[in-house]
Each structure stands twice: as structure tokens, then as C-alpha cells.
Design a protein around this ligand. Sequence first.
Ligand code: AVJ
Ligand code: FE
Length: 441
Amino acid sequence: DTATTGEELRSRVAGLLAESRARSTALTEAVDEADLVAQHSPLMSPLVWDLAHIGSQEELWLVRDVGGREPLRPEIDGLYDAFQHSRSSRVALPLLTPAETRTYVAEVRDKALDALERTPLTGRRLVEHGFAFGMIVQHEQQHDETMLATHQLRAGAPVLQAPAPPAGRPPAAREVLVPGGPFTMGTSTEPWALDNERPAHVVDVPAFVIDTAAVTNAEYAAFVDAGGYDDPRWWSDEGWAHRVSAGLVAPQFWQRDASGTWYRRRFGVVEPLRADEPVVHVCFHEAEAYARWVGKRLPTEAEWEKAARHDPTTGRSRRYPWGDEDPTPAHANLGQRHLQPAAAGAHPLGASPLGVQQLIGDVWEWTSSGWHPYPGFEVFPYPEYSQVFFGGDYRVLRGGSFGTAPAAIRATFRNWDHPIRRQIFAGFRCARDPRPEDGSA
Ligand code: AVJ
Ligand code: FE
């Protein structure tokens, strides 16, 4: 945005830093000391590690790098380096105590705000330093979503509360044809886009048909109830092998009572499965099997982004499905305002020009694509964010979830995880190749 001045950016950043810290504080004050240092799942860090890691990254990038200050606690850098210790081993490290962690992150924040005050945010510096602050805001929010996933895995009484999301009526058209042709994927102008979203490049995407809503619990339950988990026809070889070895029988956190009614456990509350909500906590293999069962497939990453950004009238790619404005609560279910995805059709104002709904927020959406750099990719600012994962056993997820902050999502944002992972707030929508009756392709 050419109109952004250094002062506007400064106050915007200060507000977003405060917002992310309020969320981190709420997530870590909700549980007692024992819970903070506990290992709730081998897939997750103890909550106290995430909090100190948030501070440690902020210290590295804002206090030391942008601010040019001396390290506060150089001796703890290694403890909070995600590449030195696996998530499952972090609980055994000599971590800061919860009280020490709170003091540390508060001291770092004071110095980061001081750097924000003193740093020139004009010209090139606005871009460089503005990005560093944006990266740290996004980083804290990403770990807040990770901590929310840890809360979901945690046993015991519920500690988080939020109002129910708005109701909705499923879109009248269940799928739409996206005409074939080129569109601009990725971005070279979005100021806080991470390296993997860059650069903007033209991709020619053949015509495809995509669902206007994500697959719901009722739809997914029909697959489970029809024996979908017992029939290797719907699964890839790799997916079937995983289904068998991991003993998957339904999405994570689902349970059935004696009469066959489905329930799910959500942040410690067991409640009847809500039929019209997007299914969540399925792995890539489950998403792929469901899609095959209904005669469809998952969208590719390029298809997903074209459905989310392409404006067929102007030929331009938008920042969001609804346009270029930042998300509001009317557009999308983001930022942990609710503790679950909203029903299909709950955010019609967030629809794309072709009427595809809820692409942003609610549930991360699995795509069929692996994790690869765009043509012209350049590491920025460090290889451990994206590059070291390229080509690994990952699938791309798009769109963010109810637990993703608005500052940490846009239609170009790319997430990735292993195809067997279910602890993230991930669901999916289906796509397919057009048939003659779908009209002009
Ligand atoms: C982009 C969500 C895969 O949480 O592992 C946080 C983001 N990178 N700290 C993750 C990230 C470094 C990353 N994901
Ligand atoms: Fe991190």
C-alpha cells in the first residue's frame, strides 16, 4: 500500500504485537503450572516452550537484528531453536520456568517496542524493517495456533471459552466451474508475505470444478458409516497403509455412542457432532479417500488459489476472495473468536467472485500439491522458514482456520504438513475435472 507511512506502520505494528501477546497470554494463563510444562502429545511442545520460543525469535529479529541491541540471554538461544530439539524432546530440556518465561518475554517485548520507536521506517527501511515486525507478529500468531492445537490435545476439564460461531445455510450451488486460463499466483507486492509466497507468477490452470463449501461433518460421517475406512479402493496405497497401521476409523476426536450417534471432543467438551460444520482433524489421506469415494479429488494448490483470488471480470488476482480489504468478522471465521469452524454458508460476504465460500478461515484445506518453491524463489530472510522443507513428505494446506489470526493469513499464504497429521485444524473441499454438462470450459 503506497499510502502507508512509517508512522502508520508503527502504530499498526504496535497494535498487532499487543494483540498477539494478549492471545499468547490467554492461552498460557488458562492452565496451571503443571499443565504448562507438561507434554500433552509427542507431536507438540510444552506450552511453556512455545511461549519462550516466541520471545526468543522476537529477541533475535527485533531486538538484536533490527534494534542492534546486545543479547538478553544468549545462553538460552539453543533451547528455543526449533531445529536443535524435536518437539517430543523439549519437555526434558532445562527450560525456563513459567515465571522466568513470562519475565523473559516481557523484557524482550519492552526492547522490541523500543526498537520500533527508534527504527527508521522510511524508504527501503520501511520495507525491510516493516517486514521484520510483520514476520514476528505472524510468528507469534502461528505459535498461538499451535498452542491452541495443544489445548485441543490436552486431557482434562475445559479451560477455553468462546461464543458459538454464526449459523449458515449451505450455498445454493454446491459447486462452480472455474474457466480455464492464466491467473497470477503468489505475490511480489504483499508486504508481509513470506518468502514461499513469492514471487508473483502466471500459471495457466485448465478449467476445473470446485465445491463452494468445505466437506461437512454430516457428509464425512456418511463416508465413515458407509464403510469408507474398510475399503482400500478409496485410499492410495500409502494412505491405506497408514490407515491400517495407525488404526484410523474416523476423524480424530470423534466417538460414537452405543446407538451409533457421533460425538466429538472439542477443547475438553464432548458434544454431539454438528452436521453442518466443516469436518476437521482429518489427515491428507482421509481427505483424499473421501474425495475419491464421492467421485472427486482434492484441488491442486494452483486451483485453490485461482478459486480464491482470480477475478474473472478484471483478470486480476485479489488479496482475498472478497476483494483487497483485510478480513473482518463478517468475511471469515479467524483469530480464535470461536473455538470451532462455522457452519457451511455462515460467511456469504467472504465469497469469491464465482461464489466459492469460506476459503479463508474455518478449516485449513488440504490440497493435492507437495511443498515446492515457486519459480524465482529466494530465501528471505532465513532458510529455516521454508526452504529446508521443500521437497519433503508434505502437502500444502491453504486458507487458515478458526485458529489462524487475520495478520497471519491471506489468499497467497501457504502452509504445509505431513500427509498423516491430524492435530492441525484441517479439513478440505473437493474439486473435479469438468464434464461436458458443466458448460464451456
Ligand atoms: C508454517 C505453520 C508450518 O508452525 O511449523 C513457526 C510456522 N515456522 N515457527 C510451523 C513456523 C517457524 C510453521 N508452519
Ligand atoms: Fe517458530
